[in-house]
Design a protein around this ligand. Structure first.
Ligand SMILES: *[C@@H]1O[C@H](CO)[C@@H](O)[C@H](O)[C@H]1NC(C)=O
Ligand SMILES: *[C@@H]1O[C@H](CO)[C@@H](O)[C@H](O)[C@H]1NC(C)=O
Ligand SMILES: *[C@@H]1O[C@H](CO)[C@@H](O)[C@H](O)[C@H]1NC(C)=O
Ligand SMILES: *[C@@H]1O[C@H](CO)[C@@H](O)[C@H](O)[C@H]1NC(C)=O
Ligand SMILES: *[C@@H]1O[C@H](CO)[C@@H](O)[C@H](O)[C@H]1NC(C)=O
Ligand SMILES: *[C@@H]1O[C@H](CO)[C@@H](O)[C@H](O)[C@H]1NC(C)=O
Ligand SMILES: *[C@@H]1O[C@H](CO)[C@@H](O)[C@H](O)[C@H]1NC(C)=O
Length: 383
């Protein structure tokens, strides 16, 4: 269970504003092979290995984040919007159903950096969605239509979490707000009630939420608070890496934690928001192991972070240094065992099957006290 709350008396329970409701891993792979459109399932891309999902769910986690590529879901011929490639959609749906039929949560992660039309050199290629001076760019309305269509398809599955966009960057922060607001409005208009994860600019870096990350990039803290969710069921989606350029591409951890989370956590507290750390990862050096351990402990005690998913598991990584894929990834026998699994054990049993929520909204949402009462007995969505 959650550390701070586990020690609290009944009187103090109300002060445990948020706890770790969601924990797990990314299963990357659906977005792989970006140079190759549409690509071949099992070769260029693949969402999960079912036996790996079984491993993680048996270990107690309740959440898997599933990246997908917008250009595969919405082929360039028809553009971003309501026309899907049903082959690609089915592959994602199969992975989602595998996860959620076991009571766990699936995060649908549009892994597109707020860009669409050329993913070949992500994160920099492609037109910025909603850039009105770029005639090739998809519009904000098209993004909203896309999310309306996708959320309509998952309307009746309580165990879905909508990850609006992976790592927007190097664009006006106001446009990140405009685009994410349009997506939220569309999802709620479709009738979907589940949790929405909302990214910021600057690769949605938790460490720089209060910082200017490019000349036109006003701090997320100054802009993203203007969001309106009629269901009041969103959390800010954040990422965090510990190497020298916070990119997660170097084995050494040179950025101490959890000092990097203090400013954003204070901001969340001041504005009564919650957040979800949907990507973080580090090498398996002693410094990195300690940094990860300290980070997760900080999330648990923060009262503001409701979940985390490690970067990354996934069926196509091979020997990628951050991979925790069972039996394959270099961290399957190190970071997973020594750090992540130890923390997950403290949360067991994790909530399964309630409508995904941010731990702060009204009735019918996931709340710690209800986890055993309601759990898989099934809160049902309309439709
Ligand atoms: C849809 O995706 C499948 C699988 O990747 C691919 O074979 C097919 O060509 C795609 N269709 C379109 C219209 O892009
Ligand atoms: C899934 O993982 C199992 C064992 O970990 C392995 O034997 C199998 O080849 C994998 N399948 C795919 C499709 O990656
Ligand atoms: C928007 O598109 C225009 C025209 O292609 C381009 O010059 C500009 O840099 C784009 N805006 C951003 C923020 O990239
Ligand atoms: C963000 O800004 C603060 C205050 O100027 C600074 O101390 C900190 O190093 C900056 N963080 C990043 C990640 O740039
Ligand atoms: C980060 O460290 C790598 C070596 O691991 C080095 O090549 C690179 O220049 C460093 N980057 C920065 C921004 O310090
Ligand atoms: C993680 O931190 C806890 C204390 O918060 C400590 O007991 C544990 O040994 C640490 N784990 C590792 C792998 O360092
Ligand atoms: C914070 O949000 C929660 C849940 O939405 C609400 O119950 C509470 O009154 C809010 N607190 C403040 C100080 O606004």
């Amino acid at each position: 269970m959650f550390r701070a709350c586990a020690a609290a008396t009944a009187l103090l329970v109300g002060q445990c504003a948020a706890e770790i409701l969601y924990a797990g891993v990314n299963s990357a792979g659906g977005e792989f092979g970006q140079q190759n459109l549409p690509g071949t399932f099992g070769v260029d891309y693949q969402f999960i290995n079912e036996s790996a999902i079984d491993f993680f769910l048996d270990a107690g986690v309740n959440t898997i984040r599933l990246p997908f590529l917008l250009e595969r879901m919405c082929p360039l011929e028809t553009g971003l919007g309501s026309t899907f490639n049903e082959t690609y959609f089915s592959a994602l749906e199969d992975a989602v159903n595998y996860i959620t039929s076991k009571g766990a949560y699936a995060i649908l992660d549009a892994h597109n950096y707020m860009r669409y039309n050329d993913p070949s050199s992500q994160p920099t290629s492609g037109s910025i969605i909603g850039n009105e001076t770029d005639p090739k760019a998809a519009t904000t309305t098209q993004l909203a239509t896309f999310w309306s269509t996708l959320s309509t398809r998952f309307l009746t599955n309580p165990n879905i979490i909508y990850g609006l966009m992976n790592e927007p960057h190097t664009m006006p922060t106001q446009l990140v707000l405009t685009n994410t607001q349009a997506a939220i409005t569309a999802i709620r208009a479709a009738g979907a009630q589940q949790l929405i994860l909302v990214p910021g600019n600057g690769f949605t870096g938790a460490q720089s939420w209060l910082n200017t990350t490019c000349p036109t990039c006003a701090p997320n803290a100054n802009v993203m608070g203007n969001l309106v969710d009629p269901e009041r069921n969103f959390a800010f989606d954040m990422h965090l890496y510990f190497d020298n350029d916070t990119s997660g591409t170097h084995k050494e951890c040179t950025r101490a934690a959890p000092g990097n989370l203090l400013p954003v956590t204070q901001w969340l507290r001041e504005h009564n928001y919650t957040a979800f750390l949907s990507e973080f990862g580090a090498g398996d050096t002693p410094t990195c192991i300690q940094t990860l351990n300290d980070t997760i402990t900080f999330l648990e005690d923060s009262g503001r972070f409701i979940g985390w998913t490690y970067w990354a598991a996934g069926p196509l990584w091979g020997d990628y240094f951050l991979s925790v894929e069972p039996g394959v990834g270099p961290q399957a026998e190190t970071t997973w065992v020594d750090v992540l699994a130890v923390h997950v054990q403290r949360y067991v049993p994790m909530v399964r099957c309630g409508v995904s929520g941010n731990g702060r909204s009204g009735e019918g949402r996931v709340q710690s006290g209800l986890r055993t009462l309601e759990g898989c007995l099934g809160l049902r969505l309309p439709g």
